[in-house]
Design a protein. Sequence first.
Length: 220
Amino acid sequence: MRLENSQSVSGSHSAPTVYVDADLPGANRIARFLGDEGWEVVSGTSEIPPMSIPIVFFGPSTDVELWAKLLGSGGLRAIAVGNNADSDVVVGALEVGFDQFVDSSISDRLLLARIRSVARRRPTRVRAENGIVLNQGNLSVSLGEQAIKLSSSEFAVLAVLFDRSGSVVSKRVLSEKSGCEGPDSLDSVVRRVRTKLENLEGIRRIRAVRGFGFILDDKV
């Protein structure tokens, strides 16, 4: 990923800014296309706008630790793009925190649809119950003075389970409500959320219900 030669394509769309990785195949074409569609686009800049949607080329040279840190801090909803990626690469990108993974052969129109799908998860409110607070403004879950940052996909999954706390949510419903596509994506996100919740004392845990889905309850 190159972080120089900043350029911006302005649009009138009332949506998050899209950051286009300079290493992305067809980056200039994609930036122009999105700009023509009314999106605010930033490409090749060292400053990734907060609450933006980065579209990043994911390959051997990708700084995985950097992106894990950026996406783990919350506020970014990102799409990874790769060339003829096998399942291990796709799972790797989702484990890092990317919301979606698409092949570089994807059409501009389909990529736009993916961006719109991710943009619909824009944080808007705070949920609170029994001292547990889910803050969509900074994508965090907290209990008292303890707080854990989540990626946008992690927050979306936890929010669905939080709203149905104590009830089993099927994988199909959880996937549809959270926007996580495919069992690999959902399972990867749930696994990350469960790990993060272990660092928050006194909070409910996500429990798997074999053959059906997941439940957020007090039983571990």
